[in-house]
Design a protein around this ligand. Structure first.
Ligand code: ADP
Ligand code: MG
Ligand code: ZN
Length: 477
């Protein structure tokens, strides 16, 4: 039997810590690196008789997320108890949502959203060995500061088809959440956490294969590598005639090893039931209008605006819209000189960012008005591309004014036929053999002549103009 092509199917579950002032169901401030167990109260410690109260700000943030993801917002939603035993969960259950989540459906970019619900985070377990605060090896100590932090869980439909697409989409989601201001969305610090569900199926099939779930990967790079490794593992199994087993997996980014955390048989039965201590959440008109009024322009809309109103390439529009800070910088460049071509400005922003590594453009020595000035000098042919790159290098290192740098270093372009024609003629004369070959229609040696002119002008001529002059002087059309 011919082997059918296999295609990956990926669905993501993302947990986002919400940046509210207080926890989901009590008045404790959120913990940010304070000494362990200093942000606790009877409610988040699960002491008997303590009663939870839902955090209105967390619900507001949930509505903002729902609006940004084009979800349907439930007029009434409820909290459930999700029962399981673990040392980081003092009540023996997590308060989450079940059949009536705050947001259902929706779409971000090309990916459909299944649902978004609110819940509380667990406490943090710290595993300590010999030499830790606990004398015995392999002990765990619990810090309840994190316990009860508001979480939004965002679940996609199983629609992504590659590790790269998943990584790209997560970046869009992160920028969207950051623009909303609802979370720090920092993967290393755990305020954005992602599980990836992965299966394979014959290409073009509309059935879903058996999935596995890769747990809690804490960087975009690890997520992409983990998905890639799991896709290959499943592919090898299927091609060897074996079956993929439904299980929860851990990916170790150091060794690339994938290990089983639990199988389907060990899966929890959470015995969900309605939380009797919390009334249903009723979303009022005023809550909806407050959320709608606060909704900023989101990355997907910004990307469209760049394409439609400023005619940027799809690639530039995405780069600027998905990195909001860079987009703001680009806007400032365009604002500084409204006569600039937007795509040229975007290209110079990309050139600058390429030189900055992890530093943000706005924190660099290159002000938006300096970059605008540089782009204008190129646009008016006062300097050529090579000269402009030299100026940009100096701006990045020392700051300053492009026009002054050009004057200081004598970087003005050598332009105009009057200036360039004699230099081109001299270069042709100095290379009679190459000139003959060019005349006979062999175009390869033209680069040598252009190079010669560049040398004579110390790189300040315009390459295209030089090429045109060579053709003109040799009578080639
Ligand atoms: P579970 O009950 O195990 O959490 P769900 O059906 O609720 O499973 O889906 C959880 C996540 O897994 C969703 O993001 C969904 O898109 C994804 N998913 C479900 N089935 C598959 C599959 N066969 N392959 C890949 N992803 C899947
Ligand atoms: Mg799941
Ligand atoms: Zn508390």
């Amino acid at each position: 039997m011919a082997k059918a092509e296999l295609e990956p199917v990926i669905g993501l579950e993302i947990h986002v810590q919400l940046r509210t002032a207080t926890k989901m169901f009590c008045g404790c401030a959120l913990g940010f690196g304070e000494p362990p167990n200093t942000r606790t109260c009877p409610v988040c410690l699960g002491l008997p008789g303590a009663l939870p109260v839902a955090n209105a700000e967390a619900i507001h943030y949930g509505l903002l997320i729902g609006l940004a993801l084009n979800s349907t917002l439930a007029p009434v939603s409820t909290f459930h108890r999700k029962n399981y035993f673990y040392p980081d969960l003092p009540k023996g259950y997590q308060i989450s949502q079940f059949d009536l989540p705050l947001c259902s459906g929706g779409k971000l970019g090309e990916v459909n959203i299944h649902r978004v619900h609110l819940e509380e985070d667990a406490a943090k377990l710290n595993h300590v060995g010999v030499g830790g605060r606990i004398d015995q090896a392999n002990s765990s100590i619990v810090d309840f500061n994190r316990g009860g932090t508001p979480l939004a869980e965002i679940v996609t439909e199983p629609e992504l088809s590659s590790a790269e697409q998943a990584g790209q989409w997560l970046r869009l989601l992160r920028t969207t959440l950051r623009t909303l201001g609802v979370s720090d969305v920092n993967m290393e610090e755990g305020s954005l956490r992602c599980d990836a569900n992965i299966s394979l199926r014959p290409a073009g099939s509309d059935q879903l294969g058996v999935k596995t779930e890769l747990k809690n990967m804490n960087s975009f790079r690890f997520i992409e590598r983990g998905i890639r490794a799991e896709v290959e593992r499943q592919r090898a199994l299927i091609e060897a005639g074996e079956e993929v087993v439904q299980e929860t997996l851990h990916f170790d980014p150091r060794s690339e090893a994938i290990t089983s955390l639990r199988s389907k048989e060990e899966a929890h039965d959470y015995r969900y039931f309605p939380e009797p201590d919390l009334p249903p959440v009723v979303i009022s008109e005023s809550m909806l209008s407050r959320a709608a009024a606060e909704l900023p322009e989101l990355p997907a809309a910004r990307e469209q605006r760049y394409i439609e109103q400023q005619s940027l390439s799809a690639e530039s529009a995405r780069m600027l819209a998905w990195r909001a800070e860079l987009g703001d910088y680009f806007d400032a460049v365009c604002e500084a000189d409204r006569s600039l071509d937007a795509q040229a400005a975007a290209n110079w922003v990309a050139e600058l960012q390429g030189r900055l590594g992890d530093q943000e453009a706005e924190d660099s020595k290159v002000s938006a008005s300096a970059l605008a000035q540089l782009a204008a000098l190129v646009a008016s042919s006062k300097i050529n591309q090579g000269g402009a790159r030299q100026v940009l290098d100096q701006l990045v290192n020392e700051g300053g004014e492009p026009a002054a740098i050009v004057a200081d270093q004598g970087l003005e372009a050598v332009g105009g036929a009057e200036q360039l024609a004699p230099i081109v003629a001299a270069a042709l004369e100095a290379n009679p053999e190459l000139t003959e070959r060019l005349r006979s229609g062999e175009m390869k040696p033209i680069g040598v002549i252009v190079g010669e002119v560049m040398k004579q002008t110390r790189g300040r001529a315009d390459g295209e103009q030089v090429t045109a002059l060579i053709r003109e002087q040799l009578g080639l059309s």
